[in-house]
Ligand binder design. Structure first.
Ligand code: FES
Ligand SMILES: [Fe+2]
Length: 359
C-alpha cells in the first residue's frame, strides 16, 4: 500500500485482458476496481500510476467517480437515464490486503486467501514488519521474450545455484534449502556461508550488513524466498524485502515486475548493504534471464527430448503437478479449439481428485 501513500494516489495494471485500478480513498482506505468506465468502458486512468485530486475523471466523456468508486457526476445528466451512485460506480474487483500488499482476483472461486495460504509461515514472516515498509527504489517492469512458465521453471529449483550463480553460492550456497510447504507455497532458505567469498559484493555485504533490531537472531543472516503459486515470490532479507512476479502477455511474451521495500533506517551501513544486496540480485537476474531464454528456445529444437529431473529440482515437478490440477489443459498435446478452453478445463478437472481446498 506504500506505493499509493497519499489520498488520491493510484496504481493500475493490465493482466490478460483485465485492467485493475488500486486507489487510496479520502478515508485512507485502499480499494480495487476495474479500470473500466461504467459509461462505455474507457479506461478511467490512462497511466500506470498517478494522483487524482478528489475525483477520477474518465477521459472519454468526463464521467467522474469519487475515490471510493461511487459515481459522482456526469456531464449533461438530463440526457441519460437516472443513474445510481453505487450501482453505476466503478466495478469493484475482489481484493485482499496482506501485510500491506494488495492482491486482486478477477475471478472469485473457492481458492484460499493469501492470508490463509501464508498463515503457517507467520512465525517467520511476521518479524519483517512488511506493512510498515516503504518502496526502496522504483518498481521495474521488464519484457521477456519467453513463456511465463519458463521463468518459473528456472526459478523453482536451487540445483543450478552452485554453477549458474557463483555470487549466491558465495552468499549461502552451503546453507541453501528448497521446500514445498503445501497450498502452493514454496520456501527457499539461504543461510549465509561462513566461507571466504570470491565476490566483492558478497564479501562486503556480509561484512557491512548491520544487526537489525526488528529481527530475532535466527533471521539476521538468512535470505528467504516465499513462492506463492502460480507466479510470485516474496524476498525477505534482513535489510529489506521485495517481490518479483511474472505476467503472461502472449505465448512467447512475459512481463516480469519487481520491487523492493524497506523500513526506515538511516544508518550508512544499511544503505550500503541494501545497495550490495541489489547488486547481487541484479547479477543473479541477468544469469537467470539467459538460462530462461535458452530453455524456452530449446522447446523448438528437434534435439530436445524432454526433461530429466534431479531430486533437487522437485520444485519444478511440484509446480507442474499443481498447474495440471488447476489448469489441466496444460497437459494436453494440442490446445483446445478456440472458445472451448473453459469447458475443456472443467471436464478435465472433474476427472481428477480435488485440490486440498476444493475447486
Ligand atoms: S466512457 Fe467514460 S465517460 Fe464515456
Ligand atoms: Fe536462478
Amino acid at each position: 500500500m506504500s506505493d499509493v501513500p497519499n489520498i488520491g494516489d493510484y496504481y493500475s495494471f493490465d493482466l490478460v485482458g483485465e485492467r485493475a485500478l488500486i486507489v487510496r480513498g479520502k478515508d485512507n482506505q485502499v480499494r480495487a476496481f476495474h479500470n473500466v468506465c461504467r459509461h462505455r468502458g474507457s479506461r478511467v486512468v490512462a497511466t500506470e500510476r498517478g494522483t487524482c485530486k478528489s475525483a477520477i475523471v474518465c477521459p472519454f466523456h468526463g464521467w467522474s467517480y469519487n475515490l471510493d468508486g461511487t459515481l459522482r457526476a456526469v456531464p449533461q445528466a438530463k440526457s441519460l437515464p437516472k443513474l445510481d451512485p453505487v450501482g453505476h460506480g466503478l466495478p469493484p474487483v475482489d481484493f485482499e490486503i496482506w501485510h500491506g500488499f494488495v492482491f486482486v482476483r478477477f475471478v472469485r472461486g473457492d481458492q484460499p486467501s493469501v492470508a490463509q495460504m501464508m498463515a503457517p509461515h507467520e512465525d517467520i514472516i511476521g518479524h519483517y514488519r512488511m506493512a510498515e515498509t516503504k518502496p526502496y527504489g522504483k518498481m521495474i517492469s521488464q519484457k521477456m521474450p519467453v513463456n511465463w512458465k519458463s521463468v518459473r521453471d528456472v526459478d523453482n529449483e536451487g540445483y543450478h545455484v552452485p554453477v549458474a550463480h557463483p555470487a549466491l553460492q558465495d552468499l549461502y550456497g552451503n546453507g541453501y534449502v528448497d521446500e514445498s510447504m503445501g497450498f502452493g507455497i514454496t520456501r527457499s532458505t539461504g543461510v549465509f556461508n561462513e566461507s571466504r567469498d570470491r565476490y566483492w559484493s558478497v564479501r562486503n555485504y556480509k561484512k557491512i550488513l548491520p544487526p537489525m533490531a526488528h529481527l530475532p537472531e535466527a533471521n539476521q543472516k538468512v535470505w528467504y524466498y516465499y513462492g506463492i503459486f502460480p507466479n510470485m515470490v516474496f524476498m525477505l532479507y534482513p535489510d529489506m524485502i521485495g517481490f518479483y512476479q511474472e505476467y503472461p502477455v502472449a505465448v512467447d511474451k512475459t512481463i516480469q515486475r519487481f520491487s523492493y521495500y524497506a523500513l526506515e533506517d538511516d544508518r550508512r551501513e544499511t544503505k550500503l548493504s541494501r545497495y550490495l544486496a541489489k547488486r547481487i540480485d541484479e547479477l543473479t537476474g541477468m544469469e537467470d534471464t539467459q538460462l530462461i531464454a535458452w530453455c524456452f528456445e530449446a522447446l523448438q529444437s528437434s534435439g530436445y527430448k524432454g526433461l530429466i529431473l534431479s531430486d533437487l529440482e522437485s520444485g519444478v515437478r511440484a509446480y507442474h503437478d499443481m498447474l495440471r490440477q488447476v489448469v489441466p489443459v496444460v497437459g494436453l498435446e494440442k490446445p483446445p479449439v478456440p472458445g472451448a478452453m473453459a469447458e475443456t478445463n472443467k471436464v478435465l478437472r472433474d476427472a481428477i481428485p480435488p485440490l486440498p481446498w476444493g475447486r
